[in-house]
Design a binder for this molecule. Structure first.
Ligand SMILES: *[C@@H]1O[C@H](CO)[C@@H](O)[C@H](O)[C@H]1NC(C)=O
Length: 183
């Protein structure tokens, strides 16, 4: 008890020692920047051009769909609904987006990376299916699916290179390159 008292006293003294405190949120120059799709003059900005804030409407910040499960009847048994700045233009400059991934039994989300975002997932796992709710630290985290990047790229990678890199027979590489890759 005595120890706790001394710590409390020490903290109180420290608090009094510092009379000035300053705390503030980062100060953006605007509250929001609803993205516009049409970039007529071709000037590059790192993101999207903003709509005139006076013309922003509620729909710029709304997207309906991820409340329902995606269709998992496909090769991998999963379905990702990505809700990024393309779906909610109001996410522009806010550094956030989200996704919903549904999994059928034994379904999987093929190995991939998000080049522009960190991802956090919350899973709800049932007996025959599962769902993940995803948050990204980017308005458009992007996705590179490993198998597609290697075997479904456009232009195709030289089969000799892939055969050597993945230690595969060239015929196997050609077979893989003939498949339709999602992602
Ligand atoms: C799900 O996708 C499969 C394959 O494309 C299709 O046959 C089926 O009708 C879809 N189911 C629903 C509920 O949309």
């Amino acid at each position: 008890m005595k120890g706790i008292h001394s710590i409390l006293i020490a903290f109180s003294l420290l608090a009094f020692a510092c009379l000035l405190a300053s705390a503030f949120d980062p100060s953006p120059l605007q509250d929001f920047c609803v993205a516009i799709k049409d970039i007529k003059d071709g000037v590059f900005v790192n993101g999207r051009f903003c709509k005139d804030p006076k013309l922003a409407v509620a729909e710029d910040f709304f997207f309906s769909g991820p409340n329902k499960p995606g269709n998992t009847s496909n090769q991998v048994g999963s379905n990702a609904i990505i809700v990024d700045v393309d779906k909610i233009p109001g996410l522009n400059t806010l550094g956030i987006s989200l996704a919903r991934i549904d999994y059928a039994r034994y379904g999987l989300n093929p190995p991939h990376t998000h080049p522009r975002g960190t991802e956090i997932l919350a899973f709800k796992i049932g007996k025959t299916k599962a769902v993940a709710f995803v948050g990204f630290s980017s308005q458009n985290a992007g996705v590179i699916t490993n198998a597609k990047a290697a075997f479904g790229s456009n232009q195709p990678i030289n089969p000799d290179v892939l055969a050597k890199a993945f230690q595969l027979d060239k015929d196997v590489v050609k077979y893989l390159q003939s498949r339709l890759w999602s992602g």
